[in-house]
Design a protein around this ligand. Structure first.
Ligand SMILES: [Zn+2]
Length: 284
């Protein structure tokens, strides 16, 4: 069963079986995504992935209650030189998540999952650090698998049909499609096609590699006047359907492992988690 926490009174929350309650929280920023996509891309993606992974999880855990709440439209980011960005400091993201988790853990809920469609490593690492802190006090009550999902290849999906093959080929041909490129544009063509501007077919390819991505000056100069990183003109709604389905499946696999507390620790951290410069300064 899934319930929006805003529709419950506190006595209903108190009556929940806390061991079998999962609080799903989405946090992703308002941020420019090029000349063809709305600023809410990461928020729409996060909401969509939470809803579709809950549908899958309800099948595997029929006796559990999945709680949702409004998306938190906040994130840390380093894209500069555009209007439309609301970026908070990494420390503030850490602090928001830490205090929110602390409050929810006090209700007695034993499973709090944080999902974010915003793939900035410092944003995801801040969330993971907050979870690590809370988990020291409340015994593994929180879990944030998106760093692992975005950065690691250890979540293998069954490639059942040709459409998945299409995504694989596209990833090979058009890699490093980090921001508003064919991946996010395709995702949005599936989630909310009315919000995608038709001009995506005419936008230039902007290629930035993984190492350049963590250097804001390089990113800013390469995307100047455009705002996307990747290959928007390669987008299709069909690709978006497969990508969104794969993401929901990956989230399901990770959350499933977490709920049964089996082999889930490999999903706790982004692969760059141990780089000191990417951590919250003053966090632990
Ligand atoms: Zn995005």
């Amino acid at each position: 069963m899934s319930r929006n926490i805003m529709e419950l009174c506190w006595t209903q929350i108190e009556e929940l079986d806390k061991e079998k309650t999962v609080m799903m929280i989405g946090i992703a920023p308002i941020e420019e995504h090029g000349r063809h996509l709305p600023t809410g891309v990461d928020v729409y993606e996060t909401k969509h992935w939470i809803e579709s992974s809950i549908t899958k999880l309800e099948n595997s855990f029929p006796e559990y209650t999945f709680l949702t709440m409004p998306m938190l439209p906040f994130g840390h980011g380093d894209i500069r030189g555009f209007v439309g960005n609301i970026h908070l400091s990494q420390k503030l993201i850490y602090q928001i998540v830490l205090e929110m988790l602390g409050g929810i853990a006090e209700w007695g809920i034993k499973n709090i999952v944080i999902i974010s469609g915003h793939a900035d490593p410092k944003h995801l690492i801040a969330i993971e650090q907050a979870c690590d802190e809370i988990n020291k006090i409340y015994q593994d009550v929180s879990f944030a698998p998106m760093g692992a999902i975005f950065s690691q290849d250890n979540i293998t999906l069954d490639f059942k049909d040709d459409s998945n093959q299409l995504v694989k080929e596209k990833l090979g041909k058009y890699p490093n499609d980090f921001h508003g490129g064919w991946i996010e544009t395709s995702n949005m063509l599936d989630i909310c096609p009315g919000l995608v501007n038709d001009n995506y077919g005419n936008l230039p390819d902007i290629s930035i590699n993984e190492m350049e991505m963590i250097q804001p000056e390089i990113v800013s100069s390469k995307i100047k006047g455009q705002g996307h990183i990747g290959y928007p003109k390669e987008s299709t709604m069909e690709l978006g359907q497969v990508l969104n389905e794969n993401m929901a499946e990956r989230i399901k696999i990770c959350v499933e492992a977490y709920l049964i507390r089996k082999d889930y620790k490999k999903y706790l951290h982004h692969k760059l988690y141990n780089i000191p410069a990417l951590k919250v300064q003053g966090g632990k």
